[in-house]
Design a protein around this ligand. Structure first.
Ligand code: PMP
Length: 347
């Protein structure tokens, strides 16, 4: 099916004149800036930051092997999720499909933007059910949200199924790769050249250890990124975030790689240990930094862990995750501790 971007963008966005500041009008730097009503006394933070995060995008582009024009940076990938609804969906008229169970913000942002949700239940192994998704698509379906590795199940989605969807869909397929750095599978960014209707989301909040600075990214065709730039708030990524992200991308890559390797090795160790605990029915395969664990009496175990001072995510009421807790991989000491606590609770 041919994908025609202009046909699926909300008409108000197509005709939108983006906010422009005086500094958009010229290249390079001026001697005196009296255009933006800033406080002139230099404290390192008195000027507005670069609205297009040029230096940071350069670094990310070389890391991801894509062009700078294919990158949008936002206040966490949550901002990108919200903007996707605002760019593509007419409130009260359009709809989107999201795999289920998956990350909760697709539904929250869909509700905020008054866009109808169509839940596409995954199979028992948390794989994409293509016929089920296809049966829900109609001419008002604008977005399909996939998440790989999926939260809360931890598995990678089959790339052939992802491509089959993108091939046959008139709208945009979003692949949320918040956890891709913990996986040995290839990122869907490799599909971007072939598929003009794929948007890949990534974040510095997980593997990069920078959840506090709020930096997420959307990667897609230049035309889609132009739309993000039209809709975003002018200075959506603050200077402190831009600087800290640059520091990590330039100087901390080695350290981050080592941490990722340790988290992956801990994931496998914790998985083995959990499997020896009698109340554990199943530990699902994970390519993320968490494990979905099906247990007898998950609710009780959850509240007893809380009393012992350990918080995990209770997913026991989530469809297909009945009886499951989602446990993030911590430091080796934290992991040891939760294994001990679980062993105590069950004894
Ligand atoms: N996507 C998924 C699948 C997530 O699990 C999360 C965070 N829990 C996010 C996106 C949000 O990432 P960010 O911190 O970049 O907003």
């Amino acid at each position: 099916m041919t994908f025609n971007l202009n046909k699926i963008v909300s008409p108000n966005i197509l005709s939108l004149a983006p906010y422009r500041c005086a500094r958009d009008e010229f290249e390079g730097s001026a001697e005196i800036y009296l255009d933006a009503n800033e406080n002139p006394f230099d404290n390192g933070l008195n000027r507005y930051p670069d609205p297009y995060q040029t230096e940071l995008k350069k670094e990310i582009a070389s890391l991801k092997n894509i062009s700078e024009e294919s990158i949008f940076l936002g206040n966490g990938s949550d901002e990108a999720i919200d903007l996707l609804f605002r760019i593509f969906c007419i409130p009260g008229k359009d709809n989107y499909i999201a795999i289920t169970p998956s990350y909760g913000m697709y539904e929250v942002c869909g509700n905020v933007n008054n866009v109808e949700r169509r839940a596409a239940l995954l199979t028992d192994n948390f794989e994409i059910d293509l016929p089920q998704i296809n049966s829900q698509i109609d001419s008002n379906t604008k977005l399909i949200f996939l998440c790989s590795p999926n939260n809360p199940s931890g598995n990678i989605l089959d790339v052939n199924a992802v491509q089959a969807l993108a091939n046959n869909f008139h709208g945009v397929v979003v692949i949320d790769e918040a956890y891709i750095d913990f996986s040995f599978s290839e990122s869907a960014t490799t599909l971007l050249e072939k598929y003009p209707n794929i948007v890949v989301l990534q974040t510095l909040s997980k593997a990069w250890g920078l959840a506090a600075i709020r930096l997420g990214m959307a990667m897609a065709s230049k035309d889609i990124i132009t739309l993000f730039n039209k809709v975003k708030y002018p200075y959506n990524v603050n200077l402190l975030t831009q600087e800290k992200a640059l520091e990590y991308l330039k100087e901390k890559k080695e350290m981050v790689s080592q941490q990722i390797a340790e988290i992956i090795s801990e994931r496998e160790r914790v998985k083995e240990l959990l499997s020896t605990i009698p109340a554990v029915i199943k530990v699902f395969p994970s390519e993320a930094n968490f494990l979905l664990v099906k247990m007898d009496e998950a609710e009780n175990i959850y509240s007893t862990l809380l009393k012992k001072g350990t918080v995990v995510r209770n997913r026991s009421k989530v469809i297909l995750c009945e009886g499951c807790l989602r446990i993030t991989i911590g430091t080796p000491i934290e992991n040891q501790k939760i294994i001990e606590q679980l062993t105590e609770i069950i004894a």
